[in-house]
Design a protein around this ligand. Structure first.
Ligand code: AMP
Ligand code: MG
Length: 306
């Protein structure tokens, strides 16, 4: 098989590869994931080794809406309401695990992260499989997440058995992760769905987050391109720095979008483009700290720490 023939829209082929213990990149509305059957230890091991991800960083289990979620985790009232309101959709629920869930998925923790992704192709695949998959982002550990099949091909190429091409992702950044192990709900990773949405759905106020300690793998440096990322408070600041670098013979570029949804959609693409163009410095303009802007700020801050 040559490299480009790995990119396909063939759901049957993807299903067959997964069933036989292979790994397949799958489209979701957030970013592309690297899937393996969750209950297959060897296949999940290949996901960790292909990404170069430490096995102590637990994986999100992706379910079909036809699944009985209770087989995997114990959903309390709040978690049940959130799932009913948003799945399939960009929210991951961290809940107590059941005995079905293996240690190789949770890193030995007694909680499991669950999500039903909203992408027609992947939903068809999950229904056909009748089995849940793990699906961390389909990139090498610590690098920029992929939002198109071409990104996965560029990052993982020969190391993945198939890349299911579902077009560009609709949201462009990872799901919100919310801890629902008690009524003290906490957002561990910001995303499109915000604390305001969750409060509306559950009627519960969210506790202040201390994400990094409760969700392993949310280390400081993450989502990083090769170029050095500098955070700028405004477009004016970025423009001034850009001229300064250009005058000094340093190749730099600005990453910014006025509209936050548009920004989320293109931020990873823009970081990749900076590397393709050989930029040494990326001047990333921070969006306002609300709505999906919070999530973009989180990813840019981690990219800058890389
Ligand atoms: P991703 O890197 O998008 O696959 O997101 C996975 C992240 O979800 C991990 O790095 C953890 O921060 C969090 N997570 C997944 N499963 C668990 C778990 N069982 N307990 C705590 N955090 C988890
Ligand atoms: Mg990732």
């Amino acid at each position: 098989m040559n490299t480009s023939s790995r990119v396909s829209t063939d759901i049957d082929a993807a299903s067959s590869i997964l069933t036989h213990g292979g790994i397949v990149a799958i489209p979701t509305e957030t970013v592309y994931g690297l899937a393996a059957i969750a209950l297959n230890e060897t296949a999940v091991g290949r996901v960790f080794s292909t990404k170069g991800r430490p096995t102590s960083h637990p994986l999100i289990v992706h379910l079909s809406p036809n699944d009985d979620y209770g087989r995997w985790g114990v959903l309390n009232e709040a978690a049940t309401s959130i799932a009913a309101a948003i799945w399939p959709g960009p929210i991951t629920l961290l809940v107590p695990r059941t005995r079905l869930v293996p240690d190789w998925v949770t890193g030995g923790r007694d909680t499991v992260a669950l999500r039903v992704p909203a992408h027609d192709m992947t939903l068809s695949l999950l229904k056909q499989l009748g089995d849940a998959v793990v699906a961390p982002s389909a990139n090498r550990f610590g690098q920029v997440s992929p939002t198109r099949a071409e990104h996965v091909l560029a990052d993982l190429g020969e190391d993945v058995d198939l890349i299911l091409d579902g077009g560009p992702c609709e949201i462009g950044i990872e799901s919100t992760i919310i801890e629902c192990t008690s009524n003290n709900l906490q957002i561990l990773r910001p995303g499109k769905i915000t604390a305001v949405h969750i409060a509306e759905i559950t009627g519960l106020q969210l506790a202040h987050t201390d994400g990094p300690s409760r969700a392993p793998g949310m280390m400081i440096a993450h989502y990083a391109p090769k170029a050095r990322v500098e955070l700028c408070a405004s477009l004016a600041e970025a423009s001034e720095k850009n001229s300064h670098y250009k005058n000094g013979g340093i190749s730099s570029c600005i990453v910014h979008h006025e509209d936050p949804a548009e920004y989320a959609l293109s931020v990873y693409d823009d970081l990749r483009a900076a590397d393709t163009q050989g930029a040494e410095v990326v001047l990333a303009v921070m969006p306002p700290d609300h709505g999906i802007g919070k999530a973009i700020r989180d990813r840019l801050t981690k990219a800058a720490a890389g």
